[in-house]
Every structure is written in C-alpha cells, then in structure tokens.
Ligand binder design. Structure first.
Ligand SMILES: [Zn+2]
Ligand SMILES: [Zn+2]
Length: 168
C-alpha cells in the first residue's frame, strides 16, 4: 500500500501528515490476526515505530526477508540451484517459534514442478492446514495452493455474492 497523506498510523491510529517522518514496510505477514499484520505492506510514523514494543519482531522478519532475497535458491526436492528463469515456490516466513515443526520450512524453496513430489510434501501440507484452520489464523492468502484456510468472513461473503451474481 503506498503512502497517502492523512492515512492513519497503524500504531497510534492518528493521521500521518505529509511533513511527518514515516517508515514504510514491504508485505511480510499473511495472518490478519497477527499483531504485526497492520504494518505489513503499510506505513507508520517513524517515531511510533522506533518505540513500538513489537519493533524487534518486525526487524527480525525484515532481516529474514533480506537474507532470503540475497541467498542462492536451492530446490528442497531435487537439490539443484533454481535459476532466475525457472521461478520457484516458497511459503516465505511461517513462524519464529523454533519449537514449531514449521520453523524448518521458513523460506524453503522448490521448483514448482517438484513441489508435490517432494518427500516432505504430505507432512508440510498437513502442518500448513493445521496452522491455517486454527482460530489464531485468518487470511485471504493461503501458504500453499489448494489448502484449507480461514478467510476474513466479510471477504468470504463478498466472494460468495460475486459467485451468485456470476451464476445468475
Ligand atoms: Zn503513529
Ligand atoms: Zn527441483
């Protein structure tokens, strides 16, 4: 989301004026129930962000994202380096909890055609579905295509009325 003067700061909820120092973030969080979600792809007052209690968690995510951007991508299924031309699947960031079995799959990369044949695919898919169907999860953006997930109920209603319109 690009900055518009007057948009509200997700930390203090006051408008961000055009002469106020601000900081913008790339999208880094899918889960709308995460305390970090309002900053993902958003803009905040610089002063609010500097003193925000969740700032270390955001910095951790941004550092993980940068590291991923820079590193060579290797396919977890075939072990080959993935060329820029090939493209790849990644779930991006999943969890910072080292005791969560999904931690091992943060930023895993695979050639798209190798995803479903991957040795860990069934296990990974099950863990992803567990996370996405838990009460603590809500998103319109599933980690893995064709998996079950909790969507924003408003959006769900919107989509089903669109669907009815298309049908009728
Ligand atoms: Zn603010
Ligand atoms: Zn591969």
């Amino acid at each position: 989301m690009s900055f518009r003067p007057g948009m509200s700061c997700p930390i203090c909820h006051r408008p961000i004026l055009s002469d106020e120092a601000r900081v913008s973030f790339p999208p880094f969080e899918r889960n709308q129930k995460s305390v970090l979600f309002p900053l993902s792809g958003g803009t905040a007052h610089e002063a609010c962000y500097q003193t925000w209690e969740e700032r270390p968690a955001v910095e951790y995510r941004l550092a993980a994202h940068d590291e991923f951007d820079r590193r060579e991508k290797v396919c977890a299924a075939c072990g080959e380096t993935i060329s820029a031309r090939e493209g790849y699947y990644t779930p991006a960031f999943l969890t910072e909890d080292k005791t969560n079995p999904l931690y091992l799959y943060n930023y895993v990369t695979l050639h798209w055609p190798h995803l479903e044949g991957w040795n860990d695919y069934a296990k990974f898919r099950q863990l992803v579905e567990q996370m996405q169907t838990a009460e603590s999860w809500q998103s319109w953006n599933p980690v893995l295509p064709n998996t079950k997930y909790n969507m924003d109920p408003e959006r769900q209603r919107g989509e089903s009325s669109l669907w009815r319109k298309r049908q009728g």
